[in-house]
Ligand binder design. Structure first.
Ligand SMILES: [Zn+2]
Length: 356
């Protein structure tokens, strides 16, 4: 093969060469011969196999650099001219460099990072949360729940105005329903409290706190005064949150996210202080709500009540809101009225009738 005649289509490129010993640029020409790069000038003659060339990450603008094996480099001031010449010679940047240059590549890399972060959030946090939860004694749930209720009482929940008889009747009905739904050794422990919504913007509502502290507001008791089965369904939903420790799981997950690893190693005091805030600001995860609804369905079925009765709750809550001029019950996102029925939820209760 003729090594001296440049290809007519691709003339040699005049550029500068540094030999790596002296900081002096030498004028050379570059051409490709038989797959090798030939560097020729006064007192310079090097032949470098193409795959030994190293291309650093380059700027979009500015001089192009090409490193040669052992020593020496090429520096070319005219970036566009360099790009055109190397492209014509079939020389290409290593793929990483090309990739870093490409917006599409950067976007894919960003997307991959986001996916990793979302996966960690989606699966990592709940997984660690479950592990941490297993390490937390149930007695702590009790303390946490009592403290949270005391905090909500301070924030504005009032004493119930329901008569002692009404309260006793609701307690009795629900206790009987629970007795029929669970065998004696699997009955979740709970304490039912009656409160009026007071200054808290929760209206007709019910919620569960860690350790089995369940609260029913007078407003909801009145709204369902003629529907004891629906009241039972609401309380059974809250019992589902209790049985699955959703309150503690929410606190643990939020604490993990807040970096309160102290929860696991035993520094509970800082965590206890955050509990009312967490339960007061965070809604239960959708999965938790679904599990609680399943609990309600199971309890109603065990008592011979059609689960679709629960639609009464959603209808009346919607009507109540309308009467209040579209009031939002935003003060306690974990509470039942705060996650009003979407089509999926009502369908689950309706479908449960036929799925017996
Ligand atoms: Zn719920």
């Amino acid at each position: 093969m003729n090594t001296t005649t440049p290809s007519p289509a691709t003339p040699p490129l005049a550029t500068e060469y540094f030999d790596g010993q002296r900081p002096v640029a030498q004028a050379v020409t570059l051409r490709i011969d038989d797959g090798d790069l030939l560097i020729e000038g006064a007192g310079v003659s090097r032949r470098v196999p193409r795959r030994q060339l190293r291309w650093p990450e380059r700027q979009r603008h500015g001089a192009r650099l090409m490193y040669l094996p052992q020593h020496g480099l090429i520096s070319h001031g005219d970036g566009a001219g360099w790009d055109a010449w190397t492209r014509a010679q079939g020389l290409r940047d290593p793929w990483v460099v090309r990739w870093m240059q490409s917006w599409r590549g950067v976007l894919w890399a960003l997307l991959a990072c986001v996916l990793v972060a979302v996966s960690a959030w989606q699966w990592g946090v709940p997984w660690i949360g479950r592990a941490a939860l297993a390490a937390i004694p149930a007695s702590l749930d009790q303390t946490v729940g009592e403290q949270a209720l005391a905090s909500f009482d301070r924030e504005g929940l009032n004493k119930s105005q329901l008569s002692a008889d009404r309260q006793a009747a609701i307690r009795r009905t629900f206790a009987a329903a629970v007795e029929r739904a669970y065998p004696a050794d699997a009955r979740p422990a709970y304490t039912l409290h009656f409160r009026s919504a007071g200054r808290m913007k929760i209206g007709p509502n019910a919620f569960a706190l860690p350790g089995g502290q369940m609260v029913l507001t007078d407003e909801l008791a009145e709204l369902l005064a003629d529907a004891p089965d629906v009241t039972t369904g609401v309380l059974a939903h809250e019992l589902g949150h209790v049985r699955h420790r959703h309150g503690m799981r929410t606190v643990v997950q939020a604490s993990l996210l807040a970096g309160l690893a102290g929860l696991v190693v035993g520094d509970f005091s800082s965590v206890l202080a955050t509990v009312p805030a967490v339960l007061g600001q965070q809604a239960y995860a959708r999965d938790f709500e679904r599990e609680a609804d399943e609990e309600a369905i199971a309890v109603l079925r065990a008592n011979g009540v059609r689960p679709s009765q629960m639609v009464v709750l959603f209808d009346r809550l919607a009507a109540w809101r309308q009467r209040q001029g579209g009031a939002d019950l935003t003060d306690l996102p974990i509470a039942v009225a705060d996650h009003p029925a979407d089509a999926e939820r009502t369908r689950a209760f309706r479908d449960a009738d036929s799925a017996r």
